[in-house]
Ligand binder design. Structure first.
Ligand SMILES: [Zn+2]
Length: 314
């Protein structure tokens, strides 16, 4: 049984102190987020996380992608679709993931343990389009979603080729809202998955009651859900476990919606139940969702306790 994170980690942008960085800063070449990536990687590793993220420290999950995608523009922090969506103008997260992997490799003195590593994380086309406003070109969301899937496929393939991550995760929180056309959402995931040689995961937070049966049919290798922050999803999983028997379950077992540290006995009880339902070989432990909003020490402690329970059952 391995552990991971959903993605984001609290950001603390530090003051520029070293002479080299002060010089880079004066030249406009200092990347203040690099230190945040390193800090988030070290914190995840110190807490015992096996498959880490780069901390998603650069900004919100939509504009971080849409700022590089022609056809989309950002107005007052919101994305507006203004013309046909085309391929990204540059690789979006490849450099940050490469840096995160380098930090991880150094942490392990050159040899990252088997099954551990970094993962690439991409906000899904359905979630991005539903979080955006269509101003022109598209008559419906569905056509925009398919074009965006082809655009984001460039990023998926670039990460797979240049980072060699353990897997790639698509974040589609909108799938639990009942607002989306599931057939289009599934087609979009098929486009992202096409020809990919590493596993593909999909993270959907929220209550799964109505959407689970549809989501179970998506062509992904890992489905990642929240189980700590609501008392509905566990019984939904239990009743429908046979529908996902060909997939691994990313099992959110600490509550990312509260900024207090979870009771370790609650985590233990959840994981015990998860092992009962899907078996420890099919489980990947993680928090319910990203930890960006938690204070740093709380985020760390949540991850540490999660890994304490992982070690108990591994
Ligand atoms: Zn989430």
């Amino acid at each position: 049984m391995k552990s991971t994170v959903v993605g984001s980690f609290p950001v603390e942008v530090k003051e520029v102190t070293s002479t080299k960085n002060k010089l880079l800063s004066a030249l406009g070449a200092y990347d203040s987020f690099k230190q945040s990536i390193e800090d988030s990687v070290i914190a995840q590793l110190d807490a015992g996380v096996d498959i880490i993220s780069d901390g998603q420290v650069r900004g919100d999950m939509v504009s971080i992608f849409t700022q590089y995608i022609p056809g989309m523009k950002i107005e007052d922090g919101n994305t507006v679709i203004v013309s046909k969506i085309r391929n990204p103008t540059q690789e979006i997260s490849v450099k940050d993931l490469q840096y995160a992997k380098k930090v991880m490799k150094n942490y392990y003195n050159g040899n990252i343990p088997e099954g551990c590593g970094v993962k690439g994380i991409i906000t899904g086309p359905t979630t991005i389009v539903h979080s955006s406003r269509i101003q022109s070109f598209y008559k419906n969301k569905e056509d925009a979603i398919i074009d965006l899937a082809h655009s984001l496929k460039q990023e998926v393939d670039a990460i797979a080729k240049k980072v060699d991550p353990v897997y790639i995760q698509i974040d589609e929180p909108f799938l639990s809202t009942g607002m989306v056309d599931m057939k289009t959402a599934r087609e979009a995931i098929d486009i992202l998955h096409d020809g990919l040689e590493i596993p593909l995961a999909m993270h959907v937070c929220g209550i799964l009651k109505d959407a689970f049966k549809d989501i179970a049919r998506f062509n992904v290798d890992i489905l990642d859900f929240e189980f700590a922050g609501n008392n509905v999803n566990l019984s939904v999983l239990e009743q429908n476990a046979s529908l996902v028997s060909n997939k691994k379950i990313g099992f959110g077992c600490v509550d990312s919606s509260v900024n207090t540290v979870d009771d370790v006995n609650d985590i233990d009880a959840l994981v015990t139940k998860a092992i009962e339902i899907v078996g420890s070989d099919n489980l990947l432990l993680d928090p319910d969702c990203g930890l960006r909003r938690a204070p740093k020490d709380v985020a760390f402690e949540k991850l540490r306790l999660m890994n304490q329970i992982k070690d108990k059952y591994s």
